[in-house]
Design a protein around this ligand. Structure first.
Ligand code: UD1
Ligand code: UDP
Length: 366
C-alpha cells in the first residue's frame, strides 16, 4: 500500500505525526509532501524534530501569498508529484489551503482521496476554512469524521458513502504528550506556577485582519486578575508589534514547540483561543476554555461549559473566564482512542474493495 500525505501548516504536522507512525508500523510506503505553507522554524521544522516525523520526500516551498495564489502554486507543484508517485491514496488533513490544494489535485487525477477531520462545520462561509472543508469533503472518497456530529453534518449535505467515525489524531497525540510532559518543569517562557496563569492564542483571519477585533480581545484579557501567556502566531505578530501599549498582565512570546505548548495548556487555569486544535486540547486536558469566536466546529466541547463562545467583547471574555464548568469533562466518550489504527484499517479495507468500496462504510455513520 502506498499513501501520499499532504501537510503544510502547523496543525497538519501535528495531525500527521501519529498516522505516519502507524503507517510505518505496518510497513506501508508513505510519501510525505510538505507544501511549505508554514515555514518558520517554530511553525514547521520544530514539529518534525520534536515529534520524530520523517523528512518529507517533497517540499514544495510555496510559502505565503494570497489564498488564490498560494492554493494555485500548491496545486501546480503538487500535481506532477502525485502523478509520478501514483499512490493508492492521497490523505489530506483539516481545513487549510494545503488541504484544499491536495484534495483538488487528487480529485482531478482520479486518485482516491481520504480526508482526516471530515464533516466539521462552523456554518460560517466567511471563514476560509469552511470553504476548504466543504469542497474537500465533497470530493473525498473516504471521509474520516472525528465525531458523530461531524458525520451527521455530512449526512445533512447528502454525503453518506465513505463516511466513518474514527476519533481524532490530535486528541490521541495530546493524551500521549500530556503523559510525557507531566511532572516536567514548565517552559522557561512561563515564569508562573501551575494553575496561576492563563494561556491565549489568536490567529483567525476574523480576529487579525480586523485591528479593532484584536484590540477588543486584548482589552478583555487585560481585565483579568492574573497573568496570561500569549504565544504569538506569525500572522498576529505585526499587530502585537504595532500596539501603542502592551497590557501589563500579558506575556507575549514566540510560538511554542508542541511539547511546551501541551505543558503550557495542561497547567493553565484557563485557555483563551480562536484555534480549533487548542479548543479541542483544552477539553481533553480538562482545562476551561474561552473561545474568541462566535462559532465553533467542536460543539461537543461546549457541553457543561468546558468551552464558552465569547467572541471578541471584553465583558463577555471576562464573564466567560469567571464561570465554572458544570460537570466532569466527557472527552473519553466524545473522542474514542486509536484513530490512527482505525484510519489505517479503513484505508486498507477500502483499497481491497476496489472501486466499489464507498458503500462499504455507510453503516459506520448510523
Ligand atoms: C493557516 C490556515 C488556518 C490554520 C492556521 C494554523 C488557511 C486559509 N489558513 O492560517 O486554517 O488555522 O494556518 O496555524 O490555510 N507566516 C509567517 N511564517 C510562517 C507562516 C505564516 O510569517 O511560517 C505569516 C505570513 O505573513 C502569512 C501569514 O502568517 O501571510 C498567514 O499565513 P497563512 O498560512 O496564509 O495562514 P494562517 O493564518 O497561518
Ligand atoms: N500549538 C503549538 N504551539 C503554539 C500554538 C499552538 O504547538 O504556540 C499547537 C497546539 O497545541 C495544537 C496546534 O498547534 O496542537 C493548533 O494549531 P493552530 O492553532 O495553529 O491551528 P488550528 O488548530 O486553529 O487550525
Amino acid at each position: 500500500m502506498k499513501v501520499l500525505s499532504v501537510v503544510g501548516a502547523r496543525p497538519q504536522f501535528i495531525k500527521a505525526a501519529l498516522l505516519s507512525e502507524e503507517l510505518a508500523r505496518r510497513h506501508w510506503q508513505e510519501c510525505l509532501v510538505n507544501t511549505g505553507q508554514h515555514y518558520d522554524y517554530k511553525m514547521s521544522k520544530v514539529f518534525f524534530d520534536e515529534l520524530g516525523i520523517k523528512d518529507p520526500e517533497y517540499n514544495l516551498e510555496v510559502g505565503s501569498a494570497s489564498h488564490a495564489v498560494q492554493t494555485a502554486l500548491m496545486m501546480q507543484r503538487l500535481e506532477p508529484v502525485v502523478a509520478a508517485e501514483k499512490p493508492d491514496w492521497v490523505i489530506v488533513f483539516g481545513d487549510t489551503n494545503t488541504t484544499l490544494a491536495g484534495a483538488l489535485v487528487a480529485a482531478k487525477l482520479k486518485i482516491p482521496l481520504a480526508h482526516v477531520e471530515a464533516g466539521l462545520r462552523s456554518f460560517d462561509k466567511s471563514m476560509p476554512e469552511e470553504i476548504n472543508r466543504i469542497v474537500t469533503d465533497h470530493v473525498s472518497q473516504l471521509l474520516l469524521a472525528p465525531t458523530q456530529s461531524a458525520a451527521d453534518n455530512l449526512r445533512r449535505e447528502g454525503i453518506v458513502d465513505g463516511v466513518a467515525v474514527v476519533g481524532d489524531l490530535m486528541v490521541d497525540l495530546v493524551r500521549r504528550a500530556a503523559a510525557h510532559v507531566r511532572g516536567r518543569p514548565l517552559p522557561s517562557c512561563i515564569p508562573f506556577a501551575a494553575g496561576t496563569y492563563g494561556l491565549a492564542t489568536v490567529h483567525r483571519a476574523s480576529n487579525t485582519d480586523d485591528v479593532e477585533a484584536f484590540r477588543s480581545i486584548l482589552e478583555g484579557i487585560s481585565r483579568l486578575p492574573f497573568p496570561v501567556v500569549f504565544p504569538v502566531h506569525p500572522r498576529t505578530a505585526p499587530l502585537v508589534e504595532r500596539l501603542p501599549e502592551r497590557p501589563r498582565n500579558i506575556v507575549f512570546c514566540e510560538p511554542l514547540s508542541y511539547l511546551d505548548m501541551v505543558a503550557a495548556e495542561m497547567h493553565a487555569r484557563v485557555i483563551l483561543t480562536d484555534s480549533g486544535g487548542v479548543q479541542k486540547e483544552a477539553y481533553v486536558l480538562g482545562v476551561p476554555c474561552v473561545t474568541l469566536r462566535d462559532t465553533t466546529e467542536w460543539t461537543e466541547t461546549l457541553e457543561d461549559g468546558w468551552n464558552v463562545l465569547a467572541g471578541t467583547d471584553p465583558g463577555a471574555i471576562r464573564a466567560a473566564v469567571e464561570r465554572s464548568p458544570a460537570g466532569p469533562v466527557s472527552a473519553a466518550t466524545v473522542f474514542p482512542l486509536s484513530s490512527a489504527c482505525r484510519i489505517a484499517d479503513l484505508l486498507e479495507e477500502a483499497c481491497a474493495c476496489g472501486r466499489v468500496f464507498v458503500s462499504h462504510f455507510t453503516s459506520a455513520v448510523s
